[in-house]
Design a protein around this ligand. Structure first.
Ligand code: CA
Length: 223
């Protein structure tokens, strides 16, 4: 299931560009121009992350955030045109997850969205996860297989975490890159195969069973 992003931004051209880039990154995106409608969409669409402009026509975004944060537990990235507001956003007063100052690159925002979602998932993840013979601790950033800790590169680790978080789910190469790579657009889908190959080689030194399933011409799953 795609992760959902709600954008509350009254400058339609900005909202449209951000929506486009986030949809390219395989998010489901909802947009509105007012805080009032935004509150309704928060309840109705249950987004995973909120992109919130501060200068909204019906309410200041900071006040809106203050109002909603008791009810909704989701990460928020603020959009601001005014550098004076930054201190208030990042300061203890609000403890926001992130902010972007206008003008900004939509790709940069998309990268921030991914980082914040990852951080949020990490903070809410159970300390230790067992899948088949794997033991995953995102807190310690470590994965063991048959009781032995794997030495993994950053991308290998991210790939395995993605697969282990949804055992049985088949991911396409593109999806794995979108989840695991910092800059998926800069990589070829074949690099996923290369990383899977090195992961398999590392697993094989511990146990000969191969827990990774290849779905020919599509992608991979675990079990
Ligand atoms: Ca505005």
């Amino acid at each position: 299931m795609k992760q959902r992003i709600l954008i509350i931004e009254d400058e339609v051209s900005i909202a449209d560009t951000v929506k486009y880039v986030l949809e390219q990154a395989l998010f489901e995106v909802f947009c509105t121009t007012t805080a009032g409608e935004g509150e309704r969409l928060l309840r109705q669409c249950k987004p995973d992350l909120l992109v919130l402009d501060i200068g909204l026509p019906d309410m200041n975004g900071l006040d809106f955030y203050r109002k909603l944060r008791n009810e909704f537990d989701l990460p928020v990235i603020f959009l601001t045109a005014c550098s004076d507001e930054i201190d208030r956003i990042v300061g203890l007063e609000l403890g926001a997850d992130d902010y972007v100052t206008k003008p900004f690159s939509p790709r940069e925002l998309a990268a921030r969205v991914k980082t914040v979602l990852r951080r949020f998932a990490f903070a809410n993840a159970p300390a230790l996860k067992r899948v088949a013979e794997f033991e995953l601790s995102e807190e310690r950033r470590s994965i063991s297989w048959h009781g032995e800790k794997l030495k993994l590169s950053r991308n290998e680790y991210a790939l395995l975490v993605a697969l282990l978080n949804h055992p049985g789910r088949v991911y396409s190469r593109r999806q794995l890159m979108e989840i695991a790579w910092e800059e998926p657009e800069a990589s070829m889908e074949r690099t996923v195969d290369t990383h899977i190959k090195t992961i398999r080689a590392k697993l094989k030194t511990i146990n000969k069973d191969d827990p990774i399933v290849t779905h020919r011409g599509f992608g991979y799953s675990i079990s």
